[in-house]
Every structure is written in structure tokens, then in C-alpha cells.
Design a protein. Structure first.
Length: 173
């Protein structure tokens, strides 16, 4: 339980017991200034329609400039792969698809990326994204035995390089 937050979960004894796939959520429009989704999004929205509806609901309840902190297991980590309750991988690019600025840039470049922000009336700007390295890769990187480029190459092709992704999104209204 985090002090100062309305702690929400479908199970246990949170401040509010709520299934986040049940819409609408019990918060008013533009009433939320900060959200922490720690190991939550990968459990929600098994179908594209339901996931997009959840993102629209998140947008509805958040005010302009609200911060959304997202922590998810990396889709190539055993933490993600071994849990049968994980219904979708979440990456930085997933979240960028909900950015109006990024959608417009992709359009200018003639990209084939799906412009979800433009299609669904939401706008989440990715402020930061950090890949949390698993061992031994964290130690190898810190010691200079492996470069950033080598890590990026490994991350695209190997499992268990990155354990989780930590992102901060900002709501733009």
C-alpha cells in the first residue's frame, strides 16, 4: 500500500477493490494527477478493443500533465513469459502509439505504425523509459565489458537481458 494514493486492486485488501477492466472507472473526468501502474498493464486488455478502452479510460480520468508511472516485465524475460495471467506485452513503442506527437511524426515519415492516439482521441507523451538489466548483463555493462549497442542487439534477439521496463508518461489534453 502506498501512502497518499488510492490503492486499487482486484484482489486483497486495497483502498478500493476494483477490476480495472470494468469500465467506466469510479473516478471523475480529469480528477487524477498521478498514477502508478506497477506490474498491472500486462494483465489488462487481452483483446485490442479492451486494451484501447482501458487506455481511453486512463486518459479520461487523468488531468492535463498528469504523470503515469508504468512498470512492466520485459516481454523477453522469464518474469513475463512464465506468468499465465500476462495477456499482452507492453513496450515503450506500445506506449508511443498513444502519443499524438509521435503519431504525427510517423505520418510525416510515411511510417506504417498504427496511430492509436489519433484514432482513439488520447495523448500520452513518453517522458522517459528505462530498461532494467538482468544479471549478469547489468554488471557487464557497468564494468564496460559490454557496450550499449551490444546490449540493444542482445535485447532484440535474446531472452532475460532486460528484466523490466520503467516508463513515465505525461497526459496531454
Amino acid at each position: 500500500m502506498l501512502p497518499g494514493y488510492c490503492n486499487v486492486d482486484k484482489f486483497g485488501d486495497p483502498d478500493l477493490t476494483w477490476d480495472l477492466e470494468t469500465l467506466p472507472w469510479p473516478w471523475a473526468n480529469n480528477s487524477v494527477e498521478e498514477v502508478l501502474l506497477s506490474h498491472v498493464l500486462e494483465h489488462l486488455g487481452q483483446t485490442p478493443t479492451s486494451f484501447i478502452a482501458i487506455m481511453q479510460e486512463l486518459y479520461r480520468v487523468c488531468r492535463h500533465d498528469a504523470l503515469i508511472r508504468v512498470v512492466v516485465p520485459h516481454p523477453r524475460s522469464d518474469l513475463y513469459l512464465s506468468d499465465p495471467t500476462h495477456v499482452r506485452p507492453i513496450t515503450t513503442m506500445t506506449m508511443e502509439m498513444f502519443s499524438r506527437r509521435q503519431n504525427e511524426e510517423w505520418r510525416r515519415q510515411g511510417g506504417a505504425n498504427t496511430p492509436l492516439a489519433l484514432q482513439h482521441g488520447v495523448d500520452f507523451e513518453v517522458v522517459s523509459s528505462i530498461a532494467v538489466l538482468d544479471e549478469p548483463y547489468l554488471s557487464l555493462y557497468r564494468s564496460g565489458k559490454i557496450t550499449t549497442q551490444q546490449l540493444q542487439d542482445l535485447e532484440r534477439t535474446q531472452n532475460n537481458i532486460v528484466v523490466q521496463i520503467e516508463m513515465v508518461l505525461k497526459v496531454v489534453k
